[in-house]
Design a protein around this ligand. Structure first.
Ligand code: NAP
Length: 287
């Protein structure tokens, strides 16, 4: 039976550390704040926003939602994002994408100041990650994977790590973060030949594909660590979610595996707060 790498111990440890950092900032009369920019009211955005606000409140940190109607004009949203970006009391910004088709998303996202870009939405933010700039904020999901790996002391140096998925939000930045820690990284995608064999060769397998239960028993091997980033509607259990890994098939084989739900996805809002606190510290010359 594999060890289940649950999110809760990771989240609890992060909460303790972040609460102390917020207290230390408040002792200097600095109140760290996360700004959340939302256009419209998509259920997924509202769900994530609720989680982010709750996590902020739980560590004594402020958050403020800036909400705009779906029919907002490009110029009006550009003006608003610039104004929010310039607010001295907002240290980190989360903005929900995609925006409605009537808006130029690329132009809007680039208006977020890089020093407040705590979810790596801008090109300048991404450049920092790919150049190993320590003042950069990687996207929250790959960072949540790294928090899980660190918390559970998964060895990375010199190890073979396979990341399935090459999106700019998860796969590519995750590969950079693993490389930083001296893993030997293979990035797979939809054109990879003989994917099961490539996955099976690795010490650490991370699935970020977006295909429910695609990683079957023949993709994994004994001794392996498996991190499942996927969040998909479960085809066998309507109304429930499942990962990209077929947990029932993989768990009896591998050494350690993260579940879905209660895995990587549950760590992302803590990462968001951690990065906003770090942004606040950097903006105040504390780190
Ligand atoms: P995405 O942009 O759709 O990218 C999916 C990647 O998987 C692409 O690189 C694609 O390859 C690859 N892929 C698709 N089918 C494949 C196949 N049959 N074999 C091998 N590779 C295949 O998705 P994403 O935004 O990175 O998200 C990935 C998963 O993570 C989703 O389940 C999403 O819900 C989840 N997610 C979770 C969180 C969280 O907080 N835990 C956050 C964001 C996303 P190509 O490049 O060749 O098309």
């Amino acid at each position: 039976m594999a060890e289940i790498l649950k999110a809760k111990p990771v989240v609890d440890a992060m909460k303790e550390e972040l609460t102390k950092r917020v207290e230390a900032l408040k002792a200097k009369n600095i109140a760290p704040k996360l700004g959340i920019i939302r256009v419209g009211a998509r259920p997924d955005d509202l769900f994530y926003e609720g989680g982010a606000k709750k996590t902020c409140a739980g560590i004594g940190m402020e958050s403020e939602v800036f909400e705009f109607p779906v029919d907002i004009a490009q110029e009006a949203l550009e003006k608003a994002v610039k104004e929010i970006g310039a607010k001295k009391d907002v240290h980190g910004i989360l903005m929900f994408f995609p925006l409605p088709d009537t808006l130029d998303s690329k132009k809007i996202r680039e208006l977020i100041p890089v020093e407040k870009d705590v979810d790596c939405l801008t090109t300048a933010g991404a450049a920092k990650i790919f150049t190993d700039d320590p003042t950069g904020f990687p996207p929250c999901t790959p960072t949540a994977c790294m928090e899980m790996l660190h918390h559970y002391n998964v060895q990375l140096k010199g190890k073979k790590c396979t990341v399935v998925g090459r999106s700019l939000v998860v796969g590519k930045p995750l590969a950079m973060l693993l490389l930083r820690e001296h893993a030997t990284v293979t990035i797979c995608h939809s054109r990879t030949e003989d994917l099961p064999s490539v996955c099976k060769e690795s010490d650490l397998l991370i699935a970020a594909v977006g295909k429910a239960k695609m990683i079957k028993g023949n993709y994994v091997k004994p001794g392996q660590v498996v991190i499942d980033v996927g969040i998909n509607p479960d085809p066998e259990n309507p109304g429930k979610y499942c990962g990209d890994v077929d947990f029932q098939a993989a768990e009896p084989i591998v050494a350690r595996i993260s579940p879905v739900p209660a895995g990587v996805g549950s760590v992302t809002t803590s990462v968001l707060c951690k990065q906003a606190i770090m942004a606040c510290e950097l903006q105040n010359g504390i780190k």
